[in-house]
Write a protein that binds this ligand. Structure first.
Ligand code: ADP
Ligand code: MG
Length: 565
């Protein structure tokens, strides 16, 4: 690469440009997160290099060579974030800093459709671009691992960027921010203050595994015992470098977990619950798991990929390890760190790894009991969770031939005729009147429509509760369960509702004889439409209703008929 100068300004891709403009113009309350974003990129870059070096037997690893450094120059109003990571080639600068990372932009669009509100940017990170919230211009000087040339990328925001050759001795990246001047409304000077930067690093980046160094001014006595002080510049490591999952639960606040969740990009919402595990039994691992509040926009599509981050003794070896989560808990986000896994393990090998399947089993049980605990003690939150992910649990009951029903039957809820509230099967059964034999349910498009079904009247009249199935999967799921605590499920539209005693039955048979001629006539007129016309004891204020003979409800028959063979 010689001679060819690419000083012409290049344009950002359209959507990046729009986001940049919004960000720069936004009244943004949490500007400070730009530093978290840049440090996290620096840490990622070191991870990539670290991994390469570890996997290469030819290379020696010197821990002290890997660090992040924050430098402030108040006079020139610059803040520099340097790393000794993998660096970027010219193409990388072009491809990675010219477009917004795909996942981020998708989520952005999604959120944005919901509400056109500039402050939403504060709810999630937008990576590198967040630096424009505090900087008039951003300069990136980078030298990629394995390359002997360095490049400089420069931009003043939405109107584009330039790339040119630059001088840099060591591999890695320097990000230089020209911090904005204070305005009447907005303060930016704070991002040039040591104490403020230190506080931001502590808050968001404390667990970063590499030292984040900063030159700080310390006052010390001029001589031993002397009263006169002298300023020294000293390099200090600001972060504790202890990853949050290695810390004691008692040391951590909810805010720490939420910060970690956001930092890691597990979601842009606030998690409903976190589960912090440190297992020292048959299998040794640590994990932090989250139950999100909102359904990811692609959750119920094929695009959604479940999985947890997998670390081997602190080194990230896989971004989304799907084998760690059963499908029915695919909404869980988080990470697992285990010393028992090899660094160079491949995806295929992991699938057959005994340690990993033990961890997966353990994790499954922890999630299950966390959800059970939530249902018991934090009902409101559980229902919020259930609105977002309940369908997945019901699919879980149905899938795998009901193999997981034991795990899931106590986690599913249905709307009940009683106060139209969500109830668990346990709640339903425990308040059943003594003479009630079955768990009754009714299927329909909505609660309103179900309530108009003539078939529900008699059951409700008896003082029995009915579960309202409004989701396609509901009836399939309970067919898999078959029964709960020895009580069978019964559709209110099935032929025999189990409400009558022997005497009643005999009497209705007699009555049916009396009306035989009329029923035969009706059946003839409705030929091909109904199988039989019978007297029913289930009707109260309606003259007639449809019912099914087998165990399938009308709704289920509809779905089965619509399915391709
Ligand atoms: P994300 O980190 O989510 O991928 P960013 O906008 O933060 O999105 O960064 C975009 C990309 O730019 C990164 O994925 C990475 O490839 C590259 N990048 C950013 N900062 C650095 C850095 N300090 N060293 C090496 N590559 C970097
Ligand atoms: Mg990033």
């Amino acid at each position: 690469w010689k001679g060819e100068q690419s000083m012409a300004k290049k344009q950002f891709q359209a959507e990046s440009k729009r986001l940049l403009e919004m960000m720069i113009n936004s009244i943004y309350t949490q500007r400070e997160i730009f530093l978290r974003e840049l440090i996290s990129n620096a840490s990622d870059a070191i991870d990539k290099l670290y991994y390469k070096v570890l996997a290469d037997e030819q290379q020696e690893f010197h821990k002290e060579n890997y660090f992040i450094k924050i430098t402030v120059d108040k006079d020139n109003r610059t803040l520099t974030i340097s790393d000794t990571g993998i660096g970027m080639t010219k193409e990388d600068l072009e491809n990675h800093l010219g477009v917004i990372a795909k996942s981020g932009s998708l989520a952005f669009k999604q959120e944005n459709e919901m509400k056109e509100d500039h402050t939403i940017i504060g709810q999630f990170g937008v990576g590198f671009y967040s630096s424009f919230m505090v900087a008039d211009s951003v300069t990136v000087i980078s030298k990629a691992y394995g390359s002997d040339e360095a490049f400089k990328w420069e931009s003043e925001g939405a109107d584009g960027y330039t790339i040119e050759p630059a001088a840099k001795d060591t591999v890695g990246t320097d990000i230089i921010l020209k911090i904005k001047d204070n305005t009447e409304e907005d303060q930016y000077d704070e991002y040039l203050e040591q104490y403020r930067l230190k506080a931001i690093i502590k808050k968001y980046s404390d667990f970063i595994r590499y030292p984040i160094k900063m030159d700080v001014t310390v006052e010390r006595p001029k001589e031993e015992g002397s009263e006169e002080l002298e300023s020294h510049i000293e390099e200090e490591t600001v972060n504790s470098m202890i990853p949050i999952w290695r810390k004691n639960k008692s040391e951590l606040t909810d805010e720490d977990y939420t910060n970690f969740y956001n930092e890691k990009r597990y979601g842009f919402d606030k998690p409903l619950k976190h589960i912090h595990i440190s297992a020292d039994g048959a299998v040794v691992y640590r994990a932090i798991l989250f139950i999100p509040e909102n359904t990811p926009f692609d959750y119920y599509t094929k695009e959604y990929e479940k999985g947890l981050e997998l670390y081997s003794n602190g080194v990230l070896i896989m971004n989304k390890c799907g084998d760690l989560l059963p499908d029915y808990f695919s909404f869980v986000k988080g990470m697992v760190d285990s010393e028992d896994l090899s660094l160079n393990i491949s995806r295929e090998m992991l699938q057959h790894d005994r340690q990993l399947s033990l961890i997966a089993k353990n994790i499954k049980n922890k999630i299950k009991s966390a959800l059970q605990g939530m249902l018991k003690d934090e009902r409101e939150n559980y229902e919020k969770f259930y609105q977002a992910f309940g369908r997945q649990l019901k699919f879980g009951v149905y899938n795998d031939y009901g193999m997981n029903k034991e795990d899931l039957q106590d986690l599913i809820l249905f709307t009940s005729s009683k106060e139209k509230k969500l109830v668990s099967l346990d709640e339903y059964v425990s308040r059943m009147p003594e003479d009630q034999k079955y768990i009754y349910y009714a299927v329909g498009d909505s609660v309103d429509r179900i309530e108009k079904l003539p078939q529900t009247e008699m059951v409700l009249d008896k003082g029995y509760e009915i579960l309202y199935f409004t989701d396609d999967v509901d009836e399939f799921a309970i067919k898999m369960l078959m029964q709960y605590k020895d009580k069978e499920f019964k559709s209110v539209s099935s032929g025999d509702l189990g409400l009558d005693n022997e005497e009643d039955k005999e009497q209705s048979e007699k009555e049916a004889e009396n009306y035989k001629a009329m029923f035969d006539y009706m059946q003839e007129r409705l030929q091909g439409k109904v199988k039989a016309v019978k007297a029913s004891k289930r009707l109260k204020s309606h003259p007639v209703c449809l019912s099914t003979e087998g165990e399938l409800s009308i709704e289920m028959e509809k779905i089965l008929k619509a399915m391709p063979n």
